[in-house]
Design a protein around this ligand. Structure first.
Ligand code: ADP
Ligand code: ASP
Ligand code: MG
Length: 408
């Protein structure tokens, strides 16, 4: 029997009624003759609520203790889902990340999976069970419980699918696939039928929440097909791109065409001025950030000055880090937390400067003057005033997608 891995996000399991609906969908998959592994996120806003609670107790919470706390969210969901499946006559068993063999490095709060040893999962599948796994968590070689960074249940699902040699990995959410922009922000956004790994990875890294970037990276490495679908959708038919998005190896599109627009709200721009007398400041600030386990997104060093984009997503000790930076670098450092990043993504979009000019002109004409622009072969990113971020997304979507050919 082919193995199918299904992941259900927080909104899909937000209450008992929804958990029961997920259990029905799992049973339907089982009845189609598949071996089923289910990865589940914490219910609704549980992770946010636990984080808020931690902040009330400790404004700069210890990362290890945060992991002990946050993993409880997925553990609740896995046990309840397993019970709901059993109630429908299914033979389910739940496992934590550690029990299912998700081995990570020891970087608490945003650990990376280094290996999956799915022996217990395989044993239970062989016994005919439906295996329910707590997403977003693993265990380090030192036997410490870790979490994989926000949105990390997607990563659990793809890594498990790869380790089990699954036929495909379904990521089920409140949206029926990957759209040309966040449909909550852009009403004209349309669902994309098929995406390449590279396009999806860039969209995810640019802030499109629907799929986690590390999950896509793993899928690409192991060539696992991802089906992004709505939890309320039927099971995938012969053409899963008809009512969802399929992410797989895909031939390049017409070079230069924009496939999607994504944005990231919670970022900090850090810049450090040149000061020859101070020596190698750029590396010393990077050391400081590493000591505090802060992950940078984009680094630009030129002529002794440094600019860095930091994502706030997995930064839970911001106050402590900012204090340490100011103490060490004083006035030489500028911390700008008033910006957001908006990106357009597509293969070959920077073959000429046409797209970057076009986007910059459109933004400026609308009174959204970008503070910075950066490009890579797949992406153009503008830093804009955070209060105008959604307007910028809508404008760039209009400019690059609505007025051009639809994305197939
Ligand atoms: P889950 O809890 O199921 O993991 P997420 O909240 O992580 O769900 O991701 C789904 C959300 O991602 C959607 O509700 C949607 O608003 C948002 N989103 C952002 N960008 C996109 C996009 N390009 N396509 C689809 N959804 C997107
Ligand atoms: N519950 C975790 C989060 O909210 C992981 C996930 O949902 O994928 O980030
Ligand atoms: Mg998610």
């Amino acid at each position: 029997m082919a193995i199918v891995v299904q992941k259900y996000g927080g909104s899909s399991v937000a209450d008992a009624t929804r958990l029961k609906k997920v259990a029905e969908r799992v049973m339907k998959t089982r009845r189609e003759g598949h071996d089923v592994v289910v990865v589940v996120s914490a219910m609704g806003d549980t992770t946010d609520d636990l984080l808020a609670l931690a902040k009330q107790v400790s404004p700069n919470p210890d990362r290890r203790e945060l992991d002990m706390l946050l993993t409880a969210g997925e553990r609740i969901a896995m046990a309840l889902l397993s019970m709901a499946i059993r109630e429908l006559g299914g033979d389910a068993i739940s496992f934590t990340g550690s029990q299912s063999g998700i081995i990570t490095n020891d970087r608490h709060v945003d650990a990376r999976i280094v290996e999956v040893r799915p022996f217990r999962v395989q044993d239970e599948l062989a016994r005919g069970k439906i295996v329910v796994i707590a997403g977003y968590q693993g265990v380090s070689y030192r036997r410490e419980v870790t979490t994989l960074g926000r949105g990390g249940s997607d990563t659990t699902a793809v890594a498990m699918a790869a380790a089990l040699g699954a036929e495909y990995c379904e990521i089920c959410s409140d949206v029926d696939g990957v759209y040309t922009a966040d449909p909550r922000v852009v009403s004209a956004a349309t669902r994309i039928g098929t995406l390449s790994y590279e396009e999806t990875q860039e969209l995810a890294e640019s802030g499109a929440k629907v799929l986690n970037a590390q999950a896509v990276e793993f899928a690409k490495e192991k060539e696992i097909a991802i089906y992004a679908r709505a939890t309320s959708s039927p099971l995938p038919g012969p053409d899963p791109s008809a009512d969802g998005t399929v992410v797989r190896r895909y031939p390049p599109r017409r070079p230069g065409s924009v496939v999607g627009v994504a944005s990231e709200r919670d970022i900090i721009l850090l810049s450090l001025e040149r000061d020859v007398s101070a020596g190698a400041r750029d590396t010393s600030i990077l050391t400081l950030l590493d000591d505090h386990r802060v992950a940078g997104k984009q680094l630009h060093v030129a002529d002794g000055s440094l600019t860095l984009v930091i994502s706030r997503e997995n930064l839970h000790e911001e106050a402590r880090v900012r204090e340490a930076i100011v103490k060490r670098f004083g006035d030489a450092v500028r911390v700008d937390d008033q910006r957001g990043a908006v990106s357009v993504v597509g293969a070959g979009i920077n073959a000429s400067f046409e797209n970057v000019r076009h986007g910059s002109d459109a933004l400026t004409a609308a009174g959204i003057t970008p503070a910075a622009v950066s490009t890579s072969s797949f992406r153009i990113t503008w830093m804009v005033d955070r209060t105008k971020l959604d307007d910028a997304v809508r404008l760039l979507h209009r400019t690059f997608i609505e007025t051009r050919q639809p994305v197939p």
